[in-house]
Design a binder for this molecule. Structure first.
Ligand SMILES: Cc1ncc(COP(=O)(O)O)c(C=O)c1O
Length: 425
């Protein structure tokens, strides 16, 4: 009898012995009189109620009526068939709903599939592991997210995969760096902290012609502001921790891939036991309902703050691709649908004490890593160890994430920060 059809009220006869309740030393009796009832009560699978949101599934085991059905499901899940699961590591209704949504939002009209992982960094590292083998060569943009770079130069290298960094401005020139061993070209546009825009379509055209998989970290723009599969990428990596969660209360990442690249990724995800819980998947599904509206607000606020910073005497430059002063603004306008809340500015000069005075004790801009939530964040960039091809030669860099506060309040906050910076000089 399946648990669905058991009566939740059936008494536990073993616990109702005529000799009275069992003592703990009587090993044949359950530990509590309600043991069976505790397992089955309240599991009413026959009372559907129409709600706006999907019901949340929290699960580990998945149940089957017969052994044959369990086996058939296992074979289908291993083969990467959609919506097939024998265990929550392969999916539950909640995680599968999120996987479907991501494949559609990021991928459509291209035929794509999505896998979800416990963080954005996990999505990056698992995707690289999935497609590379010992002896392979990876080409990685010099401006990628620092921990992606560290993964490539440490763990990935230990497994015999060599990573070479390239100038983010390389465009179709990537052709000269591709060798017979090159397996992946890894991109991020705009780049972390320095916000270089890459000519992704040109790089992808070359990669495809040379049989190399192209991957991009689409964290900054998200599918609201960029369509990487239209640019020709094969794998798009989305840290859902950022704008898709949107509330700084969860960690998750996704790898969205063209269907022909699905199986190696899915097998790596399954074999590594990478999965996420229903609660967090539910929160990301909730976050994506409002992502478009939040992104447009982050964009507007960040642009207002960026333009204000451009007029400040302490600021040497503002690194925001949607500003006409950005060196690759034309590429940005050609490829992107808009911008987000994250950008950097370069100070003409600042001592460490002045940087601290600028960032500390702000009302709205809090010191913190990550970004993409409703809150504003500030962080000086320490990138000297993170660039080998194009070292940063400018002044001190500060990265801002503009949250959903009023732009004028954020400007006032920075005005006070710049005054504190001057006073600390
Ligand atoms: C550009 C970029 N990609 C990936 C990540 C990693 O995401 P997560 O924090 O979910 O691991 C981050 C995190 O800050 C990031 O900035």
């Amino acid at each position: 009898m399946s648990p669905q059809s058991e009566s939740p009220k059936s008494p536990d006869s073993a616990s109702e012995s005529s000799e009275g309740p069992a003592t703990p030393s009587q090993a044949t009796s359950p530990a509590t009189p309600q043991a069976t009832q505790l397992v089955s009560t309240g599991r009413h699978f026959d009372r559907p109620v129409a709600t706006v949101n999907l019901p949340l599934t929290r699960a580990s085991s998945v149940l089957f009526e017969t052994l044959a059905l369990a086996e058939a499901e296992g074979t289908a899940a291993m083969a990467g068939e959609v919506h097939r699961t024998t265990y929550a590591t392969s999916g539950t209704p909640t995680t599968m709903a999120l996987m479907d949504a991501l494949a559609e939002i990021e991928g459509a009209p291209h035929r794509c599939r999505a896998a979800i992982m416990p963080s954005g960094l996990a999505a990056i590292s698992v995707a690289l592991l999935a497609y590379c083998k010992p002896g392979d060569h990876v080409l990685m943009s010099d401006s990628v997210y620092g921990p992606a770079r560290t993964f490539a130069t440490t763990l990935l290298e230990r497994y015999g995969v060599v990573t070479e960094f390239f100038d983010p401005h390389i465009g179709a020139g990537i052709d000269a760096l591709i060798t017979p061993q090159t397996r992946v070209v890894y991109l991020e546009s705009p780049g972390s902290y320095t916000f270089e825009i890459q000519d992704v379509p040109a790089i992808c055209r070359v990669a495809r012609a040379r049989g190399v998989i192209s991957m991009i970290d689409n964290a900054w723009a998200s599918p609201v502001m960029a369509r990487p599969f239209d640019w020709g990428v094969d794998v798009s990596l989305l840290p859902l921790t950022k704008y898709w969660g949107g509330h700084a209360d969860l960690l998750m990442g996704a790898a969205i891939v063209r269907e022909e690249h699905w199986l190696p990724l899915w097998q790596a995800v399954r074999q590594l036991g990478i999965c996420v819980g229903g609660d967090d998947a539910f929160l990301v599904l909730r976050g994506l309902r409002t992502a478009q509206v939040r992104m447009r607000q982050h964009e507007a606020t960040a642009l207002t703050v960026a333009r204000w910073l451009q007029g400040r005497p302490e600021v040497a430059s503002v690194l925001h691709p949607a500003l006409p002063s950005h060196p690759q603004h034309a590429l940005f306008k050609r490829d992107f649908l808009g911008s987000s809340g994250l950008f950097s500015f370069e100070l003409k000069a600042a001592t460490p004490a002045q940087l601290a005075a600028l960032c500390e004790r702000r009302h709205h801009f809090k010191i913190g890593y990550s970004w993409g939530g409703f809150e504003s964040l500030i962080m000086p960039a320490k990138i000297s160890a993170l660039r080998t091809v194009r070292p940063w030669t400018g002044g001190p860099l500060v990265r801002l994430h503009c949250g959903l506060e009023d732009a004028q309040d954020l400007i006032k906050d920075l005005e006070q920060g710049l005054a504190a910076m001057a006073a600390a000089g």
